[in-house]
Design a protein around this ligand. Structure first.
Ligand code: NDP
Length: 285
């Protein structure tokens, strides 16, 4: 992809496969298909150039339409979608990819992720082999995973011989994911933070609001800045136009090391989403 747009100020992160992903993108979880066109259109107007959807969100059609009608060229926008749990397995993955790409109305993906490991199904190796096949055909630029633990990653790498470009995991000030981040860094895997604002629950934390007051920015901007300075790829979601703009207006200030440390100290291991060790929604035996 190219980064020629004047409005794009999200710095690129180079993945292990040589492709680049914008460090700040836009998530569309829980945005109904009827509303997602407006949200993605606003995001692209504001300057986001990376959109994160998933088959299970039920909004690939509206997301794709917003991308196609944006006036931007395909290679200016980084598009991620995810394979749902019920579709894991080699042949079912190939079919699910075709369904997603048809709904999006695109002819390739920048990034395809295995949404959850669902280790109980024991199909993520075959699923990733199908991803490798699609990548070799040029239909996906980069292949990755989501919600994988260190043990899942070790098995995937050992059995497929390929390091996933990205692991998209729940990560916010109350769940700093130090062990996974260290494993990613040691193995060249990009860390992508989902629910980066803790689905809004971290915004009124007193440490965050104190830092926000000190730097004269909003709590959301401070948290997004914390992610960026840690090196995370980050994909906040909003359907509110002013917040969509606010969350992208984060490239003209910096947190001090003391402010970064104060936010990192909020880690309490608290999740807002499911535990990847036990999450099997959609599993078909
Ligand atoms: P976020 O942490 O991005 O928080 C979104 C919530 O915060 C919404 O309620 C939003 O409200 C609110 N919000 C956003 N910006 C602001 C702001 N500036 N001020 C106040 N409130 C704000 O949660 P998500 O769970 O949506 O995570 C982000 C993305 O990560 C998802 O959209 C999805 O793409 C991805 N994801 C991936 C998962 C996975 O398993 N791989 C799981 C969950 C998410 P409003 O919209 O009303 O403005």
């Amino acid at each position: 992809m190219t980064f020629s747009s004047e409005t794009n100020t999200a710095p690129p992160i180079v993945l292990s496969d040589g492709n680049v992903i914008p460090q700040l993108g836009f998530g569309v979880f829980q945005v109904p298909d009827d509303d997602v066109f407006a949200a993605v259109t606003t995001a692209l107007e504001v300057g986001y150039r990376s959109i994160d959807t998933a088959a299970i969100y039920g909004n690939e059609e509206g997301t794709g339409r917003a991308i196609r009608e944006s006036g931007l060229t395909r290679d200016e926008i980084y598009v991620t979608t995810k394979l749902w749990n019920s579709e894991q397995g080699y042949d079912s993955t190939l079919r699910a990819f075709d369904a997603s790409i048809a709904k999006l109305g695109l002819d390739y993906l920048d990034l395809y992720l295995i949404h959850w490991p669902v280790a109980a199904a024991d199909r993520f190796i075959d699923t990733f082999r199908a991803f490798q096949a699609l990548k070799s055909q040029g239909r996906i630029k980069s292949i990755g995973v989501s919600n994988f633990t260190v043990a899942h990653l070790q098995r995937l790498i050992a059995e497929t011989g390929e390091i996933p470009a990205v692991n998209q995991i729940e990560l916010h000030p109350r769940l700093a994911q130090r062990e996974l981040r260290e494993f990613h860094a040691a193995n060249g895997i990009a860390t992508e933070a989902w629910s980066p604002l803790g689905q809004g629950t971290v915004l009124d934390d007193s440490t965050i609001t104190a830092v926000a007051a000190a730097v004269g920015r909003t709590a959301a901007q401070v948290i997004i800045r914390w992610h960026l300075q840690l090196g995370n790829v980050v994909i906040p979601k909003s359907v509110t136009p002013s917040r969509i703009a606010e969350n992208f207006d984060v490239f003209d200030f910096e947190l001090t090391p003391e402010q970064m440390n104060a936010i990192s100290a909020l880690d309490s291991g608290s999740r807002v989403g499911p535990d990847p060790e036990s999450f099997t929604l959609g599993l078909i035996n």
